[in-house]
Structures are given as structure tokens and as C-alpha cells.
Design a protein around this ligand. Structure first.
Ligand code: PLP
Length: 450
């Protein structure tokens, strides 16, 4: 089998996610035969550095032997058992370890199998908490502009990226949108911290006006990943924690993308020293091997559901594969690697190295900003730097960088005209060099041909 034969078979029967399938007339899907570390290899023998961790899920390389072994061992013992009425060792141990690692006060783990489902759990849990505690007027949610929380209808409702959302508007919940503290929008002379702090005024106003009808505020701490890797200051999270307490509203931290070291700490909330009422985790939780997600919450919220059966206060949400034992084994192996290999500390050097290699782009006439939070680096391209005019989306500038990268053996997958680097944590110096130099030449080429 070669690339051509496989992509033809693919196009006869598949419908790919987040894809206009007609695009594949020009760019057929690339069949991947194997992965090793940061590398992916296709059926024609071409190799690509996975600079985006396969949609942000991979942490310690493809086919990581420690995670693979843990799954294999688990599969020969117990692959899965329903989690209602039953339990198993991997999920007990994983829950104990997550509670120990998460911000203080999060003491209960409710599992699902993807990030959107973890967000649905948080929304439903918050809504039902207020009903269970005699506040039935609380029915709404507040979210930030440019936020992304997943694709199922509830999660899509609280997201604000119009590209994914507008078509379905009439199916969605009515959500209160507050302007994002995203520092890209600040004036040159204002610091990111000051800007994020100033933008909190809109949140205060929204809470002041709507607190009586609001269950929770949901945010992506520090980086709005799907919203073109826009970043903001931790001060916003501190202010938000205090305001949510003051106005009696839950704070849901969606760390599905930013959790597990992406922002430089194990969880992004640590940088603000806050504990959310619900913490959603997914993506990297299994090192990128298997689907698993979790919503952690506090004892106070848990207790509001804990009562005699007849009170009908129980949280009846479930998924068939909730608490899958193979996924838990992968998650435990992932946590072992964090602990044994001192990953958070080592990533600081990696992050600096990546930044140093691309810092020169700041002077490029079509680079509006090079920004970084921990292991997420983003390069925002712009049509007119002085007048701050973005490239029209129809031009698909990012697609040009993507095509260029593939030819050079690097998988970049820009969001609109933002090229970002979010590689697995096992990337070495040579691989960083190749990844960054390809991004740089790709940006030069795409902006020139425009
Ligand atoms: C990816 C993502 C989700 C959705 O997770 P899925 O596993 O794709 O359903 C939710 N929130 C954030 C912040 C994400 O980046």
C-alpha cells in the first residue's frame, strides 16, 4: 500500500472532521503508517515532525513505550467495566492522584471520554447544583468572546468562535458574552497585565447585572487555544475568582487544552493561585493515546447532590465508556512520566529554546506578534502591520504555510493566519531547529507570494 492507494480508499468512505471534503481534490489526506517520538511517517516513507501534538493531545511522543506498555498490560487484565455500581483500581488511583495534583479543594472526579463531554458535565452540574440548593432562577452561563469549549450543542453554546457556531445559532443556549481579556487587542503602550485587568470591568458589569440568573462563568485559563492562540494575564483569573465568590456564581475552568503542562505549570490555574469550582481536563490526560476526560469539583458541590434517592437530587449524567480502564492506565503512565522525568522543569528550557529560534520574526513586516505562554508559541500574521489589518480569511494564508511545512517534513496546522508551535515535550534541539526554521521560511514564502 502507498499513500495514493490509501487516500483513494479513504475518500470513497470517509468524512473527515473539521474539513471541507472538496479540499481533498487538491490535497488528499495523508495516510500515516507509524509514529515515533515527535515523528509521523506516511506510507511513501515521508516523515513529518508533529509540531501541533496531533491537535494538542500528545505529550510524550507517538508510540511512547511506557504508555504503550501500561495499556497493553491493562488490556490483558481488565479492558473496561461499567462505572455505575462498579469500580476498578486504575480509576481509583487516577482519581486520588488527580485530586492530589489539582488546585486545593477539588476533591471529586466525574469522568467522560472527550473534552466537550467534560464541559457538558460542568454546565449540567452547575445548573443542577443551583436547582438542588433552591436557586431555580439560575439558568444562564457567561463566557468570553473568542472562547472555545467543544462541539456538542451545550459546549458549542458557551463557545464564541463564530466559524464553528453561527450556523447552529438557533439550536443553541442563550449565553452572555463578555469581551475577552486577550492581550493582542491592547495598545502598544499598555502592558498585558494592565489590559487584562482593565478588561475585567466588563465582567464585573455582566455579573452585577445578571448574577441572579447566572449559574457559572466558563473560561479557558490563560490561552484561548482554538481562538487563534490568544493569550491573557493571570490577573484576570484572580479577579474572576473573587468576583464569582462575591456574586455567588460558579467558576468553570476549561483546561482541556491548556492542562498538563502546556502553559508552563501542570495546570494553568496554578499561575493565578486559584481553585475553580469545576476543572475540566481532557486531551493530554492520556498522553494522547486514548480518549478520556474528567470534570473535577469541590466537596461543597458534591454534597448538594448527596441525599436519599427519592429526593431525585442525584447527577444522572453518564457515558458508556465512562472511566475506561485502558484510558486510565494510559493516564497513570502519563502522570508517572511527569513525576519521574521532571517534565515541568525541563520544559522551561525547551520553551526558551523555541522562543529564541523564532524571536527574529518580530521584525518581519507581516508578523503582528510573536507570543508565548509556556509550551505554546504563536506567530500572528497580518496583512498591514501599521494599520492592523488582518489577512482576509478567504485568502487562506495559513493553508499555504501548512502545505509548505508538509513538503519540508513539518506538520504545522495554522489557525486562520496564526502559525503556532505546540510540540510534544520530547522534542530535541535538532528537531526544534527543523520545526522553527520551517515555520520561518514557510511564513516568508506565504507572505511573499501573497
Ligand atoms: C479541544 C477542546 C475542547 C473539546 O474537547 P474534545 O475532546 O475535542 O471534545 C474543549 N475545550 C477546549 C478548551 C478545547 O481546546
Amino acid at each position: 500500500m502507498n499513500n495514493d492507494q490509501l487516500s483513494r480508499r479513504d475518500l470513497d468512505v470517509l468524512w473527515h472532521p473539521c474539513t471541507q471534503m472538496k479540499d481533498h481534490e487538491s490535497w488528499p489526506p495523508i495516510p500515516i503508517k507509524s509514529g515515533q517520538g515527535v515523528w509521523l511517517e506516511d506510507f511513501d516513507g515521508n516523515r513529518y515532525i508533529d509540531a501541533i501534538s496531533s491537535w494538542w493531545v500528545n505529550l510524550f511522543g507517538h508510540a511512547n513505550p511506557r504508555i504503550a506498555r501500561a495499556i497493553s498490560n491493562q488490556a490483558q487484565t481488565l479492558e473496561h467495566v461499567l462505572l455505575a455500581g462498579f469500580t476498578h483500581e486504575p480509576i481509583i488511583e487516577l482519581s486520588e492522584r488527580l485530586v492530589a495534583l489539582a488546585p486545593t479543594g477539588l476533591s471529586r472526579c466525574n469522568y467522560a471520554d472527550n473534552g466537550s463531554a467534560a464541559v457538558e458535565i460542568a454546565l449540567k452540574m452547575s445548573y443542577q447544583y443551583w436547582r438542588n440548593t433552591g436557586n431555580p432562577k439560575k439558568k444562564k452561563f457567561i463566557s468570553l468572546s473568542n472562547s472555545y469549549h467543544g462541539e456538542t450543542l451545550g459546549a458549542l453554546s458557551v463557545g464564541q468562535v463564530k466559524l464553528y457556531k453561527s450556523i447552529y445559532d438557533s439550536l443553541l443556549l442563550d449565553v452572555i458574552e463578555v469581551p475577552s481579556p486577550d492581550c493582542f487587542n491592547r495598545a502598544a503602550e499598555e502592558s498585558c497585565r494592565d489590559y487584562s485587568e482593565r478588561m475585567f470591568e466588563s465582567m464585573t458589569e455582566a455579573l452585577e447585572e445578571h448574577a441572579d440568573e447566572v449559574c457559572a462563568v466558563i473560561i479557558e485559563p490563560l490561552v484561548q487555544c482554538a481562538g487563534n492562540m490568544r493569550m491573557y494575564d493571570a490577573v484576570y483569573l484572580k479577579l474572576l475568582r473573587a468576583a464569582c465568590d462575591q456574586y455567588n456564581v460558579h467558576l468553570i475552568a476549561d483546561e482541556v487544552a491548556v492542562g498538563f503542562g502546556r502553559t508552563g505549570t501542570l495546570f494553568a490555574c496554578e499561575q493565578a493561585g486559584i481553585t475553580p469550582d469545576m476543572l475540566c481536563l481532557g486531551k493530554g490526560i492520556t498522553g494522547g493515546f486514548l480518549p478520556l476526560s474528567v470534570c473535577l469539583t469541590t466537596e461543597k458541590i458534591y454534597q448538594a447532590f448527596y441525599d436519599d434517592y427519592e429526593t431525585l437530587k442525584a447527577f444522572l449524567h453518564s457515558h458508556s465508556y465512562t472511566g475506561n480502564a485502558l484510558a486510565c492506565a494510559a493516564a497513570l503512565a502519563t502522570l508517572d512520566i511527569f513525576a519521574e522525568d521532571n517534565i515541568i522543569e525541563k520544559n522551561k528550557k525547551l520553551a526558551k529554546n523555541i522562543y529564541d529560534q523564532v524571536a527574529q520574526l518580530q521584525d518581519h513586516p507581516h508578523v503582528a506578534e510573536v507570543r508565548q505562554t509556556g509550551m505554546i508559541l504563536a506567530i500572528e500574521l497580518i496583512k498591514d502591520k501599521q494599520k492592523k489589518i488582518p489577512y482576509p480569511w478567504q485568502q487562506r494564508l495559513g493553508q499555504k504555510v501548512y502545505q509548505y511545512g508538509l513538503k519540508q517534513g513539518v506538520l504545522l496546522r495554522p489557525l486562520d493566519s496564526v502559525v503556532y508551535l505546540m510540540p510534544p515535550y520530547v522534542i530535541n534541539e535538532d528537531e526544534i531547529k527543523k520545526m522553527t526554521s520551517t515555520a520561518i521560511t514557510g511564513i516568508h514564502a506565504a507572505c511573499q507570494s501573497d
